[in-house]
Every structure is written in C-alpha cells, then in structure tokens.
Design a protein around this ligand. Structure first.
Ligand SMILES: NC(=O)c1ccc[n+]([C@@H]2O[C@H](COP(=O)([O-])OP(=O)(O)OC[C@H]3O[C@@H](n4cnc5c(N)ncnc54)[C@H](OP(=O)(O)O)[C@@H]3O)[C@@H](O)[C@H]2O)c1
Length: 271
C-alpha cells in the first residue's frame, strides 16, 4: 500500500478550484507538496497555509512543453506521487471553437499529464514506489453536448490510465483516474454557472471538493482503477446501458434534457 507520510507529490492545478482541497488533504496525510499552476501568488498563499510539510511552488504554463523540464528540475524529490489535476473546460459550439484553443486544451488536459508521467515514472519504477492520479471527469466516460474537446481529452485520460495500469500491473507503481461529476462551491462548474444565469443542470447532482479529495486518498490507498464521484442517480448502470445499447442511451439522454444543460454556456461564447 502507498505510504503517504513523507512522500513527495507534484500537484498541478493547485492555485484554485479543486486543487487547494487536494493539497490540504494530501498535507493532512503528511505528503510534501510541489504546487504547480500559473498563478504564483495563489500557490504561495496556499503553501503558506500548509504546515507540518515541505512545500515548493513552481509557476509554469502547462500548455508549454518546456514546463515539464522546469517541474522536473524544481520539484521536491524524489517524486513518489503525481497528481495531474490541472485542466481547462472548453464549453462552446465546436464549429466556432478557435483551433488554437483546441490545441491548448489538449496540451493542458492530456498531453502534459502524459509527459509528466513520462518524466516521473522511470524514477518511481526504479525505486519501486509511486502513484499517478489523473483527474478526468464524468465527461471522460460519457459524451456531453458542446464540450467535444473536453470530452476527448478526458476520455483520453481514462484510456491513458487504463493502459498504464495494464502495463504496471506487476510493478509497485499504481495509477488511478478520478471522474467527478459537477463539483460544488469552487471550480470550473461554479464559474460556468455564474457565466450563464439560466444554466441549471436538472439530471445530475453535485459533489463537494472535499469528497473529491477524499476519493483521491481512498483510490490511492486501495489502488482503484477508475473512480466515479458524483451525486445524483447511480452511474455504473447508466454507463453499462451506454455500452450495451449506445443508441438507447443517447435517446434517454436527449429525453432527460442532458444535452441542453450546457447550451446557455455554449451560446454565450465565441459568437
Ligand atoms: N469543477 C468541476 O465541476 C469538475 C468536474 C469534473 C472534473 N473536473 C476536473 O478537475 C480539475 C480541476 O478543475 P477545477 O474545477 O478546479 O478548475 P479551475 O477552478 O478552473 O482550476 C483549474 C486549475 O488548473 C490550472 N491551470 C489551468 N490552465 C493551466 C495552464 N495552462 N498552466 C498551468 N496551470 C493551469 C489553474 O491554475 P492557473 O490558472 O493559476 O494556471 C487552476 O489551478 C480539472 O482537470 C477539471 O477538468 C472539474
């Protein structure tokens, strides 16, 4: 089982949203933290709150491939735990979405997590100790309207983690992909709600950032593969239905109004 106390973790997306909750929860387990995002001031403020552990701040733009070498050079090491949490949402009508934003979102959400894994995995394998957590979303296991690029990157993280787990099955290194639904209180969903006043999901509940952080700790302790974290109806049967009869699942989603949930946000962007 992964030993938290004294481990060194790299946590991306630590400056705001869910990230600080993940940081505080890891700190409570005695994990030393390298906090990564662009907003240095926010990272330093968080670091100053975290007592009893070592912290380091690395302010980089994760859409830039050069950020990988900077993190490798500056992180508290050896790195035992990598939490690829940083992400950007892409709610828009796809036909209006700027091509350069597609590339940026793919870089931040998918390419960089793979490159960071590539950077730290050899050391983990050599030391026979390590864990990788990738932050996907329910959008990584279902298709949701007006968010194709986000869907693609989050499905990518699910596929990447599953492949990784298969390859690492006989090693001492584990990997988990977390798939939260809409998160309450902080983060991109809360920001979108503020952006589109009429936006009001009818079919899915929300989950707290504390619950996401708790699920991360449990997943690492139990070496869980993919973890769904959501309020609302039980999701595994819905996913099973999607696999068994994709067309029926699409029809039900349409009837439930799921496709309309994001429409006001998409309408308001890239006119
Ligand atoms: N909130 C939800 O409802 C929800 C649901 C499911 C999954 N998720 C996933 O959870 C993760 C965190 O989401 P959140 O809601 O906390 O989002 P958020 O509030 O928008 O925060 C995103 C984090 O990622 C960092 N980030 C974004 N672009 C970056 C870049 N180019 N370089 C470096 N850092 C970058 C941001 O830091 P800077 O701006 O300081 O760089 C920030 O710390 C994401 O992967 C998201 O897809 C969220």
């Amino acid at each position: 089982m992964f030993v938290f106390r004294g481990a060194n973790a790299v946590l991306t997306g630590a400056s705001r949203g869910i990230g600080p909750y993940l940081a505080r929860r890891l700190a409570a387990e005695g994990v030393n933290l390298t906090l990564v995002a662009r907003d240095r001031a926010a990272l330093e403020k968080l670091a100053s709150e975290l007592t009893g552990i070592e912290t380091r701040v690395v302010a980089v733009d994760l859409s830039d491939p050069a950020s990988i070498a900077v993190i490798e050079a500056e992180a508290l090491g050896p790195v035992d735990l990598l939490v690829n949490n940083a992400g950007v949402e892409t709610f828009s009508h796809f036909e209006r979405f700027p091509p350069e934003e597609i590339q940026r979102a793919v870089a931040v959400n998918l390419t960089t997590p793979m490159l960071l894994t590539r950077a730290f995995l050899p050391g983990m394998l050599e030391r026979k100790r390590g864990y990788i957590v990738n932050m996907s979303s329910l959008a990584g296991v279902i298709g949701s309207a007006y968010t194709e690029v986000y869907n693609a990157t989050k499905h990518g993280l699910v596929g990447f983690t599953r492949g990784l787990r298969s390859s690492l099955a006989d090693s001492e290194v584990g990997a988990t992909v977390l798939c939260p639904g809409f998160v309450s209180d902080v983060g991109m969903y809360v920001n979108m709600k503020a952006e589109a006043e009429k936006f009001a999901p009818k079919t899915v509940g929300t989950v707290t950032p504390q619950a996401v952080a708790e699920a991360m700790i449990r997943a690492i302790q139990n070496d869980e593969p993919d973890v769904l974290i959501a309020g609302g109806p039980p999701l595994r049967p819905i996913l099973a239905l999607q696999t068994l009869t994709p067309k029926l699942a699409e029809w039900i989603a349409k009837k439930l109004g799921t496709n309309d949930v994001m429409a006001p946000v998409a309408d308001s962007r890239h006119k």
